[in-house]
Structures are given as structure tokens and as C-alpha cells.
Design a protein around this ligand. Structure first.
Ligand SMILES: Nc1ncnc2c1ncn2[C@@H]1O[C@H](COP(=O)(O)OP(=O)(O)OP(=O)(O)O)[C@@H](O)[C@H]1O
Ligand SMILES: [Mg+2]
Length: 357
């Protein structure tokens, strides 16, 4: 074997694009430690000492988070809890007051303006809460704009832009101006525009908030499809818990600038880290979210008990739970392998807790 071949064979495997906690083998796409954003004259002092001061607003408070490559983190919280500010800090659109911030391992707080612009142009896509469309450009030109900034030839950028406009359901409106569109339509132009460049990292701030429920759901489905296909890293802000539960790999619950918990939807519901998270999720119908796999334990199933599919929600197996008398149901994966068993009593508790709401 030649030296070259030996070196090639010893090269580390490409990182696994599937979501999951980051590790040395699967580096975080985004990682922050002790991130603060304080507004006010003595912002640095407030962040350093961690004590609120009159005349200051602490929008982001000592946040440490990481988002693995290909993962979708949904940032949740009430109005004013700091979601938009956190998102903007992560893209360094807002200058953090303190803390460490890395994108693909690069310390982006150390980048100068040019480095930052290049990083954004090459890697990041953004959809803002306000649509930020160019008023003097048509729908098509708005969508093609980031490609133009990248120097893509006209034919290629318009072909791509047309495809994106169609994807968001605005075919036929290519030549309209933003002022001729409804709020929801403008929002869709913003989504199409940010998709046009196929960003690696996608920041979305309430991208569906101006859409009516039907289109919103369609966009969510479209979104899940894209996410599955493209393995993008996504940070998505919403204050709609249903939306978070549908889309998230993990949910970060914010309160008063703090991330109170960043965890899988199942765990946010079943094992809230703080009283605030518990009260925030109290009204969510848990049986419709929690999956059989989450309740699976190592104990052996009751012989002849009916099996629950790991991916089924507890609400989805309600009939089975009510009709059987077996104490423990096997939980099986798609290949029929038994992953463990779930306690029928515990599953019924989840089900009826929801009915008492
Ligand atoms: N430029 C600024 N100067 C001073 N305070 C600010 C500034 N921007 C944001 N804030 C404050 O920071 C806090 C967090 O704001 P942010 O916009 O991040 O909240 P949010 O969670 O996105 O809310 P919403 O759901 O309403 O969009 C708020 O109290 C807000 O008033
Ligand atoms: Mg906001």
C-alpha cells in the first residue's frame, strides 16, 4: 500500500449528517457559551456581573447552546423573552455583549466585517420577523437578489428563483411588487428568497406567523420535507407551541432572556427542567406528542400483549391501551425489533391527564 493510500484510508469518516447531540465526531454547526446581550449604557458591566441594573434590558442572559449539523432547534417563548435577539446574536446581526460564539468551529466574534459578510453570504440564510423585501423590485427579483449578490449568471438565478416562487405557492405573481401582496404573501417571498441560496445554516424568525392556518401547515410540511432532504442546520423561532412540536428536533424554551431548557419535545413535556417550563407546557395534550419509544423501558413485556410501534403517539395507540389488559406492551421499531416495553398504566395516565384538561 502506498503512503498516500494509507493516509487516505486513515482519514476520518465524514460527519454523520443526522441530528443528535454534537460530539468530537459530529461537530456543532452552532455553539455558544455564556452568551449575553444587554442593552444600556453599562451593558458590559451588567453582563460581567450578571446583575440587572436600572435603565438596562437583558435580552439574552448567559445562554449556552449547541446545534448539531442537520439539527433543527426551535426557540420558543413568550413575546419579549429574547428569541429574536438570541437568533440575531447567533448570526452576529446583533453584537453580543459577552460570550463565546462559534459557527462550524470558527470563532465568529473574532471575524471582521468582511469575513462576516462572506460567512453570511456563503453559509447562512435568514428569514426575519419583518419581511425586509426590496420595495422597488418584483417578487422574482427579490427572490433572485441573494444569487445576484453571489454573482450567479442571470439565467441560472432566474430559473432558481422561479422554482422557489412556485415552491411557496406564488407562481403567477413573479412580476408583482411587494406592496401589491398581502402580509402572508410577502412572508412567503422572504422564505423563497432565503431558500434560493441553499444555505447550510438557516435562521428563521417566526417565518410562518403571517400565514393563515392552512397555508401555514402546508409550509410546515414543505419545510419538513426540505429539512429531511437537505440536512440543513436550522434555528427556528416561533411562539406557537404546536408548530414547535411539529418541527423541532429540540426545543429551547426561553424566559426572561434565559434558556430554561433545551431538549427534545418529549422531554420538555415529560421532564420539564423548571417550574416555568412545566407551566408553559401544562396545556399541551401530551398524549398527542409523546411517542411510545419515549415510554419504553427495559422491563420484559407481558406475554401475548399487543405491540406498540415506537413512532406511534400515545393518543395513536389509545384504543389498544384501553382494549388490552396486559400490563406491559412491547414497543417495536419498523423492523419489528422489540426496543423495550411500556407500562400501560403510565400510558393511560398520560391519556387521561389530557382528558381532564
Ligand atoms: N435595540 C433594542 N434596545 C433595547 N431593548 C431591546 C432592543 N431590542 C430588543 N430589546 C428588548 O429585548 C427584549 C427581548 O426582545 P426580543 O425581540 O428578542 O423578544 P422576542 O422573544 O423575539 O419577542 P416577540 O415574540 O415579540 O418577537 C425585549 O424586552 C425588548 O424590548
Ligand atoms: Mg421576536
Amino acid at each position: 500500500m502506498t503512503m498516500h493510500a494509507a493516509m487516505r484510508d486513515a482519514a476520518p469518516a465524514r460527519p454523520d449528517p443526522r441530528p443528535g447531540p454534537s460530539s468530537p465526531e459530529r461537530p456543532a454547526a452552532i455553539a455558544c457559551r455564556g452568551l449575553w446581550k444587554v442593552y444600556g449604557p453599562k451593558a458590559e458591566k451588567v453582563a460581567r456581573e450578571g446583575v440587572d441594573a436600572p435603565g438596562h434590558v437583558t435580552a439574552v442572559r448567559n445562554v449556552s447552546l449547541s446545534v448539531a449539523r442537520g439539527e433543527m432547534l426551535v426557540v420558543m417563548g413568550l413575546s419579549g423573552s429574547g428569541k429574536s435577539t438570541l437568533l440575531r446574536c447567533l448570526a452576529r446581526l446583533v453584537e453580543p455583549t459577552a460570550g463565546d460564539l462559534r459557527i462550524d468551529g470558527v470563532d465568529i466574534r473574532a471575524l471582521d466585517e468582511r469575513g462576516l459578510v462572506r460567512l453570511r453570504r456563503e453559509k447562512m440564510g435568514m428569514v426575519f420577523q419583518s419581511f425586509a423585501l426590496l420595495p422597488n423590485r418584483t417578487v422574482l427579483d427579490n427572490v433572485a437578489f441573494p444569487l445576484e449578490m453571489r454573482g450567479a449568471p442571470a439565467a441560472a438565478r432566474y430559473a432558481r428563483a422561479r422554482e422557489m416562487v412556485r415552491l411557496v405557492g406564488l407562481a403567477g405573481r413573479e412580476d408583482h411588487y411587494p406592496r401589491e401582496l398581502s402580509g402572508g404573501q410577502q412572508q412567503r417571498v422572504g422564505i423563497a428568497r432565503s431558500l434560493a441560496i441553499e444555505p447550510d445554516i438557516w435562521f428563521l424568525d417566526e417565518p410562518f406567523s403571517a400565514l393563515d392556518p392552512l397555508i401555514r401547515r402546508e409550509m410546515q410540511d414543505e419545510f419538513l420535507k426540505l429539512k429531511g432532504m437537505l440536512h440543513k442546520t436550522i434555528v427556528f423561532v416561533t411562539h406557537d407551541f404546536d408548530e414547535a412540536l411539529r418541527l423541532a428536533d429540540r426545543i429551547a424554551v426561553m424566559h426572561d432572556g434565559r434558556v430554561e431548557q433545551a431538549d427534545t419535545p418529549d422531554r420538555v413535556l415529560l421532564a420539564p427542567a423548571t417550574d416555568y417550563v412545566a407551566s408553559f407546557t401544562r396545556d399541551v395534550p401530551k398524549a398527542r406528542v409523546v411517542r411510545a419509544a419515549t415510554l419504553a423501558e427495559a422491563a420484559p413485556p407481558t406475554p401475548d400483549a399487543p405491540a406498540a410501534a415506537a413512532s406511534a403517539t400515545i393518543a395513536g395507540i389509545a384504543r389498544m391501551l384501553v382494549e388490552t389488559t396486559a400490563e406491559r406492551l412491547p414497543v417495536i421499531d419498523e423492523a419489528g425489533r422489540v426496543l423495550g416495553s411500556l407500562s400501560r398504566a403510565r400510558a393511560l395516565d398520560l391519556l387521561f391527564e389530557d382528558d381532564r384538561r
